[in-house]
Design a binder for this molecule. Sequence first.
Ligand code: 3SL
Length: 256
Amino acid sequence: MLLAYHFTNQHSPFILQSQKSIEVCYTPAQYELYRGGYDVIVVIDVLRATSAMTTALHYGVEKIIPVASVSEAEAYKAKGFTVGAERDGQVVEGFDFGNSPYVYIDQDMRGKTIVLTTTNGTKAIDIAKNDGQVVIGCLNNLDYLCDWLIKQHKNTLILASGWKDKVNLEDTICAGAIVDQLLDSKKFIASEDSTVAAKFLFKSAQNNLWSFLRASSHRRRLIHLKIQKDVKYCLTLNTVPCIPILRDGALVKLHE
Ligand code: 3SL
């Protein structure tokens, strides 16, 4: 508790009754430790799922139905839906597209409903979908999302998608950037070490974000697939003023 107060409220010795929690869960594998008690769950998968979803809705896709498995995606495809599927960074054979944000920039997908399954991002959405209001975060919508979260002022969990249940650098840094803004507002408090560590990592990285993120293991994986353009896009801050929100099983653009 002492750490929490010191960490969050350096100018006041009191934790305000009205402060809400902001915490970070590093991977879907740790989610059971956090389940319950959060009103808002921010799912992030910077490379590339949540960056692609945010871009899709910003560029006019009407709805994204996220599904956890390739077999669910196949069932939608059989019904005539436009379906994207990615595993290990690559488009799954037989599907229309994978996980590149440029799909939605380069093609006109306005007004469409699409179905999407990805290695980690849609799995994270799936495990959290019944536990609170799920919204989507990434570096592309960072400030816009933080402003909205501060306005909501609710107990908030950031669920990083990681890589196959392991921690990853880009999601942790993005989580730390969100924590930093929410704590700065003085309306939130953090007490878990995962949250403190994410913020410290972001603080160490913030003036040299690109070099830090160059060390990310998933960036190296994606570079082998020759999609540097996607990586650069996903690691760029505040380019997309859009918050995807999960409503009735589909992600739609939040209209304030
Ligand atoms: O893990 C995911 O959901 C994807 O973002 C992975 S990839 O960026 O398409 O490789």
